[in-house]
Write a protein that binds this ligand. Structure first.
Ligand SMILES: C[S@@+](CC[C@H](N)C(=O)[O-])C[C@H]1O[C@@H](n2cnc3c(N)ncnc32)[C@H](O)[C@@H]1O
Length: 287
C-alpha cells in the first residue's frame, strides 16, 4: 500500500532558514549554474515538488535576469500559499510575478502528481529542472524517467538538499545508530513515487546522468542544527520527534528503545548539536 507524501507548511517554514544557510556551502555549484544562463531570452525553469516556494525564493535572486518558472506540486494547499508570499503579485493568466534587484520571475503553478503526470510535463521547454528536498522520496523508475525526459531536452539539473543519510549528534547516545537504521528503513517506503531511494537517490541520479553523457558536480549542503541557528531548539525537537515516530512505526518491537532515545535527546536539546547530511547536485550535458 502506498503512503502519500504530505508536508505541512509549518514544517517547510521551520526548515527554510536552515536550508538557506546550508545552501551557502554549495556556492561553487551556483556559479557553474549561472555560467549556463541562456544566451538569449529568459531562464525557463521547472521546479518539481515546489511546496510553498522555498527553492524559488532561494534560487531566483541568485540566478538573476528574466525567468519563467513552472512550479509543480500535488498539494493544492501548499500551492495556494504562493498567493500570500510577500512581494509576489498577480500577473496575467493566473501567473504570479516576483521581482527584485537584478531579477524578474514569472511563476506558473501547476497541481500535478509527479507519479502520474510526470511524462506530460513540458520537458521540451525546460532549460533548468530543479527541486529541493525531494529526491529521498523517489524510486529508481522515477529517477530513470527524470533522466530520460531531462536529457531529451538537454536540460540542466539542479537538485538541492537531498539527504545523504548522515546524522552526526553531539553528545552521542548509545542508541543513535539503532534509531538511524530504523529511520532509514522507514524512509525507503513507497511514498507514491516508487519504493523510495532515501539516501541512495543522489548517487543513483549521478550515475544515471553520467551514463547519459552529463557532467555532474556534487556539493555538501548540511544542516547545522544547534544554537545560535536553532536558538529555541525548535528544529532539533521536530527532528527528534520525526526520527522517533518513523523508527517506532518501522519496528514497533523496538518502541522501548526508541522511547528512551527520544526522552534522552529531548532532555538535552539545549546543549545538543546535530549535523544532517545533505547533497546538492548540478548536472549539464557535456556535449
Ligand atoms: C520536503 S517537501 C520540499 C518542498 C520544497 N521544495 C521546499 O524545499 O521547501 C517535498 C515536496 O514534494 C511534494 N510532493 C511529494 N510527493 C509528490 C508527488 N507525488 N507529486 C507532486 N508533489 C509531491 C510535497 O507536496 C512537498 O511539497
Amino acid at each position: 500500500m502506498k503512503a502519500g507524501a504530505a508536508f505541512s507548511a509549518d514544517w517547510l517554514a521551520l526548515r527554510e532558514p536552515f536550508d538557506a544557510a546550508a545552501r551557502a556551502a554549495s556556492a561553487p555549484l551556483l556559479q557553474a549554474l549561472r555560467a549556463r544562463a541562456p544566451a538569449s531570452g529568459p531562464w525557463r525553469v521547472m521546479d518539481l515538488g515546489c511546496g510553498t516556494g522555498a527553492n524559488l525564493r532561494w534560487l531566483a535572486p541568485r540566478l538573476g535576469g528574466a525567468q519563467q518558472w513552472l512550479v509543480i506540486d500535488h498539494d493544492e494547499s501548499l500551492l495556494a500559499r504562493w498567493d500570500h508570499q510577500p512581494g509576489f503579485a498577480p500577473s496575467d493568466a493566473g501567473r504570479l510575478r516576483w521581482q527584485g534587484a537584478g531579477f524578474s520571475a514569472e511563476v506558473l503553478r501547476r497541481q500535478t502528481d509527479l507519479a502520474r503526470g510526470f511524462a506530460a510535463l513540458p520537458w521540451a521547454a525546460a532549460q533548468l529542472v530543479t527541486a529541493s528536498a525531494l529526491l529521498d522520496l523517489v524510486g529508481e523508475a522515477w529517477l530513470r524517467a527524470l533522466v530520460a525526459h531531462a536529457s531529451g531536452a538537454r536540460a540542466t539539473l539542479f537538485f538541492a538538499l537531498s539527504v545523504d543519510g548522515r546524522h552526526a549528534w553531539s553528545p552521542r547516545d548509545p542508541h543513535d545508530a539503532a534509531v538511524d537504521t530504523l529511520f532509514a528503513a522507514h524512509q525507503r517506503r513507497d511514498k507514491g513515487l516508487g519504493p523510495a531511494l532515501g539516501a541512495q537517490a543522489v548517487p543513483m541520479l549521478a550515475r544515471l546522468l553520467r551514463e547519459r553523457g552529463y557532467r555532474v558536480r556534487l556539493a555538501r549542503s548540511d544542516w547545522r542544527v544547534a544554537a545560535p541557528h536553532d536558538p529555541d531548539g525548535a528544529l532539533q525537537r521536530a527532528l527528534i520527534e520525526g526520527l522517533a515516530r518513523a523508527a517506532q512505526e518501522q519496528d514497533p518491537a523496538q518502541a522501548p528503545l526508541v522511547r528512551g532515545w527520544r526522552e534522552r535527546r529531548l532532555a538535552q536539546v539545549a546543549r545538543g548539536r546535530l549535523r544532517v547530511g545533505h547533497l546538492d547536485l548540478l548536472a549539464w550535458p557535456a556535449r
